[in-house]
Design a protein around this ligand. Structure first.
Ligand code: SF4
Length: 235
């Protein structure tokens, strides 16, 4: 089996495991699991917090107004959404859009670790406090607060891989709060855009991967065709 076929096969297994998963009580509330979507050779991975109502209905991450804002923010950083792999720290929707609990994040963490090991991103952008806290913990870094840490890009080792790790607010938090939106736009157009430039030029001590350009875009099972980046719904 070629490397590409192995990656695709492993990803299929991962998605199937998530679909059958009962490791935490969130499985009781999901209509669809939301494993993530995007190219399996993406250099950039966005990690959010948890699926919301629309995501649960569609089985896709970051749909709706928050997803549309994420698409625009990625563009500010020089990224096309359909070249980014997007997922969450928990793959099933917490009831009533409540925050994911620590034990749920813990139960779901092995899936995120496997996604990082499989996709091998050079830059991980954690959006939202729970995503930031989780990625900092995986990196062995001390989390303080979003107010202090947003917009910082640090070198880190996560799931055995050297990456740049950026933390910023969740786009949903910015929908009705213009000051948060301004912070987000500053983070994406400033330090995150700089990190994107570094990884594409092979700088920042992040080793260039010899990548399999033929690895196909993979989408979550709730969607039948390739993503063009348009979204409906919200967290
Ligand atoms: S949130 Fe994660 S650990 Fe919990 S049931 Fe869903 S896939 Fe399993």
């Amino acid at each position: 089996m070629t490397v590409v076929a192995e990656v695709i096969e492993e990803y299929r297994r991962l998605v199937e495991e998530i679909a059958r998963c009962t490791r935490c009580e969130l499985h009781r509330f999901r209509r669809n699991p939301v494993p993530g979507e995007g190219p399996l050779d993406a250099r950039v991975m966005v990690v959010g917090e948890a699926p919301g109502k629309k995501e649960d209905e569609q089985g896709r991450p970051f749909v709706g107004p928050a997803g549309q804002l994420l698409t625009r923010l990625l563009e500010l950083a020089g990224l096309r959404r359909d070249r980014v792999y997007i997922t969450n720290v928990v793959k099933c929707r917490p009831p009533g859009n409540r925050d994911p609990r620590d034990e749920e994040i813990e139960a779901c963490l092995p899936y995120l670790i496997r996604q990082i090991q499989l996709i091998k991103p050079s830059l991980i952008i954690a959006v939202g406090r729970h995503a930031g806290r989780t990625l900092y913990r995986l990196a062995g870094l001390r989390w303080t607060s979003m107010t202090r840490l947003h917009g910082r890009v640090v070198e880190a080792v996560i799931a055995g891989r050297r990456v740049l790790l950026a933390v910023t607010y969740h786009p949903a938090a910015a929908l009705y709060r213009p000051p948060i939106r301004e912070e987000l736009e500053r983070d994406f157009s400033g330090p995150i855009a700089e990190a994107v430039r570094k990884i594409y030029s092979g700088g920042a001590g992040v080793p260039e991967e010899s990548r399999q350009s033929s690895i196909l875009d993979f989408l979550s099972p709730g969607r039948g065709s390739r993503s063009g980046g348009a979204d409906d719904g919200e967290k």
